[in-house]
Structures are given as C-alpha cells and as structure tokens.
Design a binder for this molecule. Sequence first.
Ligand SMILES: *Cc1c(COP(=O)(O)O)cnc(C)c1O
Length: 345
Amino acid sequence: MERINKLLRDSIRQLKPYSSARDEFSGKANIMLDANENPFENSINRYPDPHQGELKKVISTLKEIPTESIFLGNGSDEAVDLLIRAFCEPGTDSILITEPTYGMYSVCAAVNNVKVINIPLNPDFNLDATRVDEILQSNSKIIFLCSPNNPSGNLLDETLVLQIISGFKGIVVVDEAYIDFAERPSMIQHLASFPNLVILQTFSKAWGMAGLRLGMAFANPFLVSILNKIKYPYNINICTQETALKRLATFNPEVQLKTIISEREVLAQRLNQHPEVILIHPSSANFLLVRFKNPKAVFHYLLGLGIIVRDRSSVPGCEGCLRITVGTPEENSNLILALNTFNQQ
Ligand SMILES: *Cc1c(COP(=O)(O)O)cnc(C)c1O
C-alpha cells in the first residue's frame, strides 16, 4: 500500500485519529459509564457503532466484498469529500473530471480549494478515446468517472475506464450511483486488481432510501482505513443504521427495478413520438436526458401543471436538454398527457 500512502497529503498520513469511547470499548457491558451519555434508555440515548459492524456484514454479503473494503458515509457525497480531503493539498493539487457530470465533485473540490481539470466527454457523452493519454499523464490526484453518468444516463466505455484505472498513477473513483439500473454489472470485481480504484454506490436510488443518507465506497482495505481515520467518529446515526438493516432484511428491489427499467423504455418510446422532442439520449439509469425544441417553454409549462423536471439546458454539452426521472407508471402517463397538451397550445 506504499503507492497509496505516498499519494496522501502529509498531514493525513501523519494524523492520529480521534479515539472515541466506542473505539476503546466496543463490547457489551451491563453498566456503560464511559461516554457521558444520558443513562435513561430511550433507544437513541447511546452513541451508534462508529464502525457500523452489523450493517457492513449485511452489505458484505449483498455485494460479495470483505467488510474491510467497505466505507459507509452520510450519503456517498461524504466519501467524495473525504477522498478529496485525504489526497488533495488545498491550493496545490487538482482533481480531474469529465463534464458534463455530477456536480458534487467540483463543488467538494472548490470547498477544499482544490483545482478542477475538465476533459469533456464526447458529444455522445462517452470518454474521448483521443484524450485518454492526456488523462493518464495528468498530475491530478483523483479522477472522478461517473458510470452510468449523471446527467446523461449512459455507461462509460468499460475498456477505456479500465485503461484509465490501470494506467493512472493517482486514485480513480468510479461513481456507480445508478449501476442497479444498468445492463452491465458493477466494476466491484476489479477492486482486487487495482489498489487505486474506489467504487461509489448509494442506497439513495434503487434501494429507495434517499432520505436516510447512506452511501458506500468500496476500495482496498488500506484506502478504506484512511477514510475511516478522517471521518467524523459517529457519521452514521442509530436511526440510519437500524432502518437500513431492517430494509435490507425485508425488501428486495428487483420488482421495482424491473418496473422502472421497463417504464424508462416506454417513456422513451412515447417521448420519441412527441413533436417537441429532438432526441432522447440512451439511458442505463432511472432518468432520461431529452433534447427539446423549446426546453424552457416545456419546463415552465410542466411546472405550471405541478410536474417538476430538471432543466439542464444551460449545462455545456446538454444544450436544449431536460432531465426527466422515471416515475411510477401513473406519473409517467401523466407526464405524457401533460406534454400532449403543450403540443396543442
Ligand atoms: C444521486 C447521486 C449520488 C448519490 O448521492 P448520495 O449522497 O448517496 O445520496 C452520487 N453520485 C451521483 C452521480 C448521483 O447522481
């Protein structure tokens, strides 16, 4: 792990982490007088498990990955921020992104005074094969790749992604927030081969727990230990840990996933027939990026009818586009009905 250790900021490499009461004693005792908690039981009076042992065991089985390779964050956004803080020296280092992509990478970089290098995706939103060498030679500490990509919905070319992971000296983060909706499996299987690979997943989309704030980062145990060292000690609260455990034990997302994926295709077909629609970008996610003739007019018309979509028309590469999340079958029908009345204006 010398390679990853070298990439770390000096201050993080040398950091002695805070040791909480639950770090120093993690067993069960009859009388717990070590953490200055209120002793009167109410189900949330105790601090949560700082290492989320029970939850990680379940996720370990679900994802077929050792618990030591799992980091849990308050949303996967927490992992994005911690990775930047671990590896990027403010005012000196940079991250590399491929726009248009998820906005949090550059926001977290900006908050930490870390520069952002952008190597734009092609017009079809895939990696530009002619610029892979430039990406590999970059001095950036971290490359963020989002696959399926938000806001375009497509998977990135796997061969190029693997070329970047194997050829880049820094960290490569592959954000798989939408992988459950895709026709291709996660890149988790490659974790064992690449110590610089971090995979982000989340319970916010396919698992229906966006309100809970629970995200995952998968990486080699050394890199995960760094994230654990710099996170807030009790970053996943008791309610989140317990609710997630309950839902993981009782809910199987397969049926909803099938519905959302088939609705995505139905919605794309119907939109395709609409005279306002120029183009629907192919999607492996739970949303469609749709190019309209009059995106702003459509956006405001839908808004007036109480239907909110995301206006991405001012994002470079997404000119004319609205991003539409796939809803329930009824919501999607209502969207199409509303769009049909726009046509008749
Ligand atoms: C929604 C989304 C996430 C999830 O973030 P959470 O903080 O886990 O809710 C991560 N990455 C991308 C690209 C997303 O669209």
